[in-house]
Ligand binder design. Structure first.
Ligand SMILES: [Zn+2]
Ligand SMILES: [Zn+2]
Length: 54
């Protein structure tokens, strides 16, 4: 068994970290969706994809 060499604490989708989280107007800053901290909530919910019309 080999562990994948993914860094803990960096979103694999958008590359955000705890110190540089995504900020959403509605939901605020993102949080981790998984234990390994490789997927943040904004990528999980697709907030980073959506263009929000104001
Ligand atoms: Zn992300
Ligand atoms: Zn994020």
């Amino acid at each position: 068994m080999r562990y994948e060499e993914t860094e803990v604490g960096i979103c694999k989708e958008c590359g955000c970290t705890l110190t540089t989280p995504c900020i959403d107007q509605k939901f605020g800053s993102c949080w981790w969706m998984d234990k390994n901290q490789n997927l943040c909530s904004h990528c999980f919910y697709g907030l980073n994809m959506e263009e929000v019309d104001v």
